[in-house]
Design a protein around this ligand. Structure first.
Ligand SMILES: NC(=O)c1ccc[n+]([C@@H]2O[C@H](COP(=O)([O-])OP(=O)(O)OC[C@H]3O[C@@H](n4cnc5c(N)ncnc54)[C@H](OP(=O)(O)O)[C@@H]3O)[C@@H](O)[C@H]2O)c1
Length: 336
């Protein structure tokens, strides 16, 4: 069926400026890490991706690694781009990442120039586009000089294969060094992609939030729902089809009594505010001015509809934030 994007797609979502750049991103961005490989039906995946765009989610986050198998999520998106979203390419912010291992070859992992630029070529082919909007170093590679990694990111922009660059999972000191080197190269660091949620407070504890403001880059925070743990879905066990049942990245072991007590207490706070735990958790990360976007996943259009309403509620009060601190214990859920 021919796809026509919703006419009202820019009417409800908030767009926020990424650091000191000129680029606005939607408050909610959509990631294709899980459930966009070849093990789920294409039509369901397509429906979710197009629904995201209809809601005003212009930013789709991908990586060479996403699947399974590796590269499948980008090939999926390439198919949707070709058949449905091509007329809207100018309205999309597509990102990809390179550097995490995607094969046994020494050139399919790490932060070398060879690895990053080879991966980018593959990603452009898989996505069926001549450039991505944001190209990331997926993780720090402490065995490669940062100058080389950063140089490869800058080359991607100089070659017209990326408009902006980002880093992900970098500790604050290394992110700062990367920001300095990139500024010198004339390609400012647009954004950093760390994990941040009520259950993972690292960006608060290690100073990344503060650094982002000082260095002028944005933050797009991944797994803000702790992969679903910060929703009400696991309060009474593990429902069929949930990620904790079928993903290598969320072990059912983390759904223990301690988790359940904390999640139930957070759920009560959310209920008192007339919202769901998912909405509370998303509002919580987006309360930070340095957070440009919450990078969410979804396994149904309903989840997207529900989650994007998170900013329709009144801001969290100091009292509510203190209560969330009490139950939102850093380190709950998957190992940090
Ligand atoms: N840079 C990195 O190293 C890195 C690492 C991880 C992720 N990421 C990026 O961040 C993106 C998001 O990560 P994530 O998927 O872990 O984010 P998340 O938003 O924390 O978790 C999404 C999952 O939570 C469940 N969910 C969402 N809304 C729900 C609701 N209202 N009620 C009940 N369950 C709900 C769904 O799982 P079910 O399948 O159980 O329904 C959904 O797939 C990824 O796709 C990727 O782009 C980046």
């Amino acid at each position: 069926m021919t796809y026509n994007a919703a006419d009202d797609r820019y009417e409800s979502l908030e767009y926020r400026r990424a650091g000191n750049s000129g680029l606005d991103l939607p408050a909610f961005s959509f990631g294709l890490w899980q459930k966009f490989g070849t093990d789920y039906p294409y039509e369901t995946q397509r429906e979710i991706a197009l629904h995201a765009f209809d809601l005003g989610i212009t930013h789709f986050d991908n990586a060479d690694r996403y699947g399974p198998p590796h590269r499948a999520a980008q090939q999926f998106f390439g198919r949707v781009l070709k058949h449905d979203l091509a007329p809207y390419r100018d309205e999309l912010i597509l990102s990809t990442k390179a550097g995490n291992p995607i094969g046994s070859s020494p050139y399919l992992k790490g932060g070398s120039r060879k690895s990053l630029l080879t991966s980018l070529e593959h990603s452009l082919r898989d996505l069926g586009t001549d450039h991505v909007d944001i190209f990331y170093s997926h993780s720090p590679d402490l065995t490669t000089p940062l100058e080389e990694t950063v140089g490869a990111l800058a080359s991607a922009v100089e070659q017209g294969k990326a408009l902006y660059v980002g880093v992900s999972n970098y500790a604050p000191e290394r992110a700062h060094e990367a920001a300095v080197l990139l500024r010198q190269a004339g390609v400012p660091l647009l954004i950093h992609q760390p994990r941040y949620s009520v259950f993972d407070r690292r960006p608060e504890l290690n100073g990344l939030l503060k650094l982002a403001a000082e260095d002028g880059f944005g933050l797009i925070v991944y797994s803000p729902l702790a992969q679903g743990l910060l929703t009400n879905k696991y309060l009474d066990g593990i429902p069929a089809g949930a990620r904790a049942q079928n993903s290598a990245f969320l072990s059912p072991d983390v759904i223990d009594d301690t988790y359940r007590q904390r999640a139930a207490a957070l759920n009560r706070i959310a209920e008192q505010r007339g919202q769901s735990l998912a909405q509370l958790a998303l509002q919580w990360v987006l309360r930070q001015p340095q957070v440009t976007s919450a990078l969410i996943g979804a396994s149904s259009p309903w989840q997207l509809d529900h989650n994007v309403k998170a900013l329709d509620f009144p801001p969290l009060t100091e009292e509510e934030l203190a209560l969330i601190d009490e139950h939102g214990v850093h380190g709950t859920g998957p190992k940090l």
